[in-house]
Design a binder for this molecule. Sequence first.
Ligand code: UFG
Length: 324
Amino acid sequence: MPNILVTGGAGYIGSHVNKALHSKGYKTIVLDNLVYGHSEFVKWGNFFLVDLQNKDSLKLIFKKHQIDAVMHFAAYAYVGESVHHPSKYYNNNVANTLNLLDTMLECDVKKIIFSSTCATYGLPQELPIPETHQQSPINPYGRSKLMIENILADYQIAYNLNYVVLRYFNAAGADPDGIIGEWHEPETHLIPLVLQAALREQGEVKIFGTDYNTKDGTCIRDYIHVTDLADAHILALEYLCNGGTETIFNLGNGDGFSVKDVIESARTITQREIAVKEFQRREGDPPILIGDAKKAKKILGWSPSNTCLDSIIDTAWGWHQRLA
Ligand code: UFG
């Protein structure tokens, strides 16, 4: 089986994909700088504490291991922070990715799966959003990811680097075995915050904006289970290994749920009180993001299995109870 280099493998999505790769028999070399990742999440593969800024270490790892393909998750992903510290985002997400890509080329590794985001689209002009939608990101995080998408396209033409870009909608849920899950410090994401409030049975969840032009005035998002994302990565890898050429896929459920839907579902699943407080809109939040993932279903044969919001929140609840 091929050796896969997983950058950011101690993070939320990277660790779930690392687990899925192992269950399929792949060998992994996992890199993470542990700034936001958790060493406890790297239970599979060979782990190296490395920052992608360190090109010499990267090169040593590539030379020592016979890497067949790279899955690149390592990135900072706090939208709000990116607005106030763009330098942090452009250095880590763009400059360090260039180190990775150039090291790959030096070591003749020509396949990469890149974690991109629906944040590259900006404000949707149509729904659900297809891959061909214009890309006008409204924050530095989205722009940093779009820059890499463009770099990959240039590297493909000039250096024959083959890639799949996966644009995630809102990753959610947790490993059903309860070994890994969503754990951010600081936590800013809706589902973990709602479940933390349910666990404590005190404090309140802030609803950012109740005056959007949506069914209940709150923002709508397309929540996609992290294990369904992991399945899509395996399929994308098989696609590249079987001679597939550069392409881009949205990964979402094609279904939108409002902030209030999420809170209601969490009340049902947890059977706990969850107090809420209405706040003003959060800077940089598009009112609705729903993805069209027909292309991934058609070309990769991807078939998400945790499409119901309650089941997504149920796996997340299992994880948060264990984490507490
Ligand atoms: N929200 C609240 N209260 C909270 C936290 C969030 O009302 O305490 C709302 C947000 O305003 C948003 C929705 O819940 O409308 C979802 O927010 P998250 O922070 O959970 O997720 P985002 O949609 O902001 O972010 C996700 C990913 C990003 C990605 C982005 C694309 O986490 O990496 O989608 O828009 F860039």
